[in-house]
Design a protein around this ligand. Sequence first.
Ligand SMILES: NC(=O)c1ccc[n+]([C@@H]2O[C@H](COP(=O)([O-])OP(=O)(O)OC[C@H]3O[C@@H](n4cnc5c(N)ncnc54)[C@H](O)[C@@H]3O)[C@@H](O)[C@H]2O)c1
Length: 252
Amino acid sequence: MQNKVAVVTGGASGIGRAVAEKLSELGCTVVIADFNPETGSAAAEAMGATFIQADLSDAEQCRSLIEQTAKQHGSVDILVNNAGFQHISPIEEFPVEQWNKLLAVMLTAPFLLMRYAWPMMKKNNWGRVINVASVHAMVASPFKSGYISAKHGVIGLTKTAALEGGEFGITVNAICPAYVRTPLVENQIADQARTRGIKEEEVVTDVMLKNAAIKKLIEPEEVANLVAFLASDQASSITGSSMTIDSGWTAQ
Ligand SMILES: NC(=O)c1ccc[n+]([C@@H]2O[C@H](COP(=O)([O-])OP(=O)(O)OC[C@H]3O[C@@H](n4cnc5c(N)ncnc54)[C@H](O)[C@@H]3O)[C@@H](O)[C@H]2O)c1
């Protein structure tokens, strides 16, 4: 993957950081895009990547991210749409602004970034778009209506773009992990305990791992390895797919 330019959104933390590290190790020129300037620039410095600050809930900042990357590095070859966050609330209390933001960051931003990178990928007759979706793109759980709706939407976007990219050497795939050991998961343990009225330690065993055949949290590096494979030439016939890393959750 020498000479490929990869944009990893949400690359300052968790899964995105592991993906950025892996693609850097494999020789890609990596751009970490994140709205957190402290963690973003520290992560980029640690792995010799570039950091571009962007709030992906803002359409103009999505456009500028792709433009800046093309200006600095000549192209965008690999786009990893990974930035995301969670809001836990019953439907009747779900804040409308949170719903709008969840869809903006996890559904509209992947569409916009792909839209702006597409002409460059088409011109090079090579491109990879990898959307970090979730097991919650396939099944639902209560109290996560915004997150789950955005993640289900990204599967539709993945399939449509895959059909359009086929003749131009562009593949588009989604990865659907169950619970991965990252700050996003650590931060929602207290929220889930409060919303469900259970103890924090019960959230991991009784909620997060309840449906898993393998009873452990997934490590970010496991997701990064699958991203790297999908970005490689070995995966050139894989497109439009939604791959689970879910410890057996959706096998039942
Ligand atoms: N951790 C899990 O269990 C899990 C499971 C399935 C899917 N996912 C998905 O994986 C992705 C990464 O999650 P993670 O667990 O690594 O989370 P994380 O909180 O560790 O990292 C997410 C990153 O996204 C960035 N981000 C959030 N909103 C942004 C915005 N508006 N603009 C730019 N950057 C923004 C944050 O600053 C952060 O650096 C998310 O899309 C999440 O839905 C996570």
